[in-house]
Structures are given as structure tokens and as C-alpha cells.
Write a protein that binds this ligand. Sequence first.
Ligand code: IMP
Ligand code: MG
Length: 371
Amino acid sequence: MQTITLHDKQFKPFISESELDDAVTKMANQVAHDLGDEVPVFIGILNGSFMLVSDFVKKYPKPCEVTFIKLASYEGVKSTEDIQRLIGLTQDLTGRTVVILEDIIDTGNTLEEVHRIFKSENVKQLLIATLFYKPEAYKKDFKLHYVGLEIPNKFIVGYGLDYDGLGRDLPAVYQLKTTQHMTNLVLFGPPGAGKGTQANFLKEKYDLVHISTGDVFRYNIKNQTALGTLAKSYMDKGHLVPDQVTIDMLEAEVERNAGAKGFIFDGFPRNETQAIALDKIMASKDSEVSAMVALEVEDEVLVQRLLERGKTSGRKDDSDESIIRNRIKVYYNETAILKDYYAAQNKYFGVDGIGGIEDITKRLNAVIDKL
Ligand code: IMP
Ligand code: MG
């Protein structure tokens, strides 16, 4: 299941069809068990409850009656005042066991209105069953006899519930994404591909936070943060820093930049474990990795570029051709698995890294603008 857009808002998968099915089945069986031989009248509150009521009564194992009522808005005495009244109750319910079937109980205002109109009906008992219940939003003290699923106080759609008319038809439930849309890039390129240069342009153009793993490590070690000290203890022994330490450091960096429009991850993830961890980190921000963007440059061009750079920079690892070739080889060995990981999600984008800096930037922009 993927993120969906209704009008101007995005919603992420929240409760699957099978989880809904389980919750409805459980409620139907509980009610049936409690009511014994009583033939109840189930009353759905339109519009939202139509899908629940349909599924519920199909699962209800004993005879029952079904009807619906609807909330209608009236303008009150003061024109600013919006009064909600329930309409459509035409049946005589004297002496009957009535079970209200609600899709969702939020503030409880609707429920208050239900209780108000049933005060004058001489029912035997009035039971309330709701598929969804938001305890944090509920402001009344009417008893809820049956609750399918307790959910956090966030707006949901699907399975009868709408956002401004849309979404009622969805068979699963989706939750509103509360953060703005982010562009999160995993940037790759072999040594000499011009990754640093392009990262700077992208950072400016899209207002992204550039997270370079090397910088994050140096910062944490220099400032002797708990994670930096821990990482250093491995490095001093000549050991690899465990994935979890790297992941925790990167996560802290993402947290430090809460509210960012997106990130450029540079040097992370390095393996599948880290890639999976990054997905989790982004999911916790109601977001996701948008793309892995890899600059593609032939080995021979890279070797020439780096040798050229070595002449002026004096960097030792840029002066020896066999060292250069080995660094390139290591890069491809490391990234192959990540390329597969992101390609499987249609998130891998190779960009031709040969040509003028501006041309390459334009190619990157073309990819990112379509995300
Ligand atoms: P109440 O606040 O309990 O009276 O709920 C009022 C109505 O608001 C419900 O019957 C729904 O129609 C609607 N509503 C409350 N929460 C949600 C939601 O998360 N998604 C869609 N509709 C909702
Ligand atoms: Mg409703």
C-alpha cells in the first residue's frame, strides 16, 4: 500500500483490510454473545457508517434489523450557530434493544445528539458500538459499550470515512500525514564523480540539509558526544564502527534538523541494514527516501580526473593509479546491493556524470523535479 492524495492532503496506510475485518468480526461476535436471543435493531449513523454496517450485519451470526439515521445541519437562531440534528428515525423502537453503529467517535458530539433523541424513545436498552474511537479527543462521558479499535487523535480516511467528500470508498484506512512533503535523496557517486560539488548545488536549489556521514562522524568525535566516543573506541582498535552506532548518529542528525524540507544523505547508507534503518527513520517522520541518485562516470574518466586533481592537491590517494582504481572498485562493490535495494522500489536514478558541471546539475534537477 502506498501514500495516497485526496484534494490537497497526503495520507499514509494505517489499518489494512484484514485488520478491519478482524475488528468488525470481533465486535459482531461480542454483541451477538451479549444479546443472547434478543433481536436487536442496528442503527447506522450516515454517511460514514455505511461500510461498517454492511460488513457488520453480514458477520452478525443471528437475526437482526438494520436501519440508518443521518445528522443534518441547521442554521441556529444566530446565523453563526450550526445545529446538528439527527433525522430519519421513523420506526417505533419501544421496548427494543437498539445498537448504534458508528464508524468513529471523536469528540462525542454526535453521540450526545444520539442520546438526546433517544431520550424520548422508550427503548429497552441503547448500546453504543463504534469501530474507531479516539480517546484523546473524546470529551463526553457516555459509555461506549463496544469499541473496535482505539486510535490516536489523527485524522483518518477510508472504510466510510471521508476527507471533504473523498475517500469513503477505500477498503482500507489511511492516516493524514502531518508533516510537509520532504525530498530525501541518497546521493552516490564513485570517487571523482563530482558528488560534493553537485551536493552543494542541490542543497541550495531545494533547500535541503546535507548530511555527510564523514562530517557527522568528525563532529561527534570532536565534540566527544556519547556516540562519538563510542565510535572512536571501535576506530582506535582498528574495528569497523557497528551499524547501530552509525545509524544512531545519523538519526540524531536528522532529529537535530526537524522541520527540514529534506535531506541529502552522503556516505549513508552503506549497506542494506543501514538502508532499512534509514527507511524506518524517515517513516517515523511520516516521510520516505525519495530517491537514490547516482552519478555515473566511466572508470577511465574517473582515473584521469583524480590523477589531475592529485597533481594540484597533492592528495596522496589521488596520485597513485592503482589506489584510485581500487577505491573505484570498492565503491562498486559496496553500492551494488544498494542500487538493487532502491531499484526494487523504483527509486534508483542513474545520472550521467560526464560533461560540464552545469549540464550535470541540470540532469540532476530533471530527475529531482519529477519526484
Ligand atoms: P464526533 O466529534 O465524535 O461527533 O465525530 C463527528 C464526526 O466527525 C464523525 O462522525 C465523523 O464523520 C467525523 N470525523 C471525526 N474524526 C474523523 C476522522 O478522523 N476522519 C474522518 N471523519 C472524522
Ligand atoms: Mg459519523
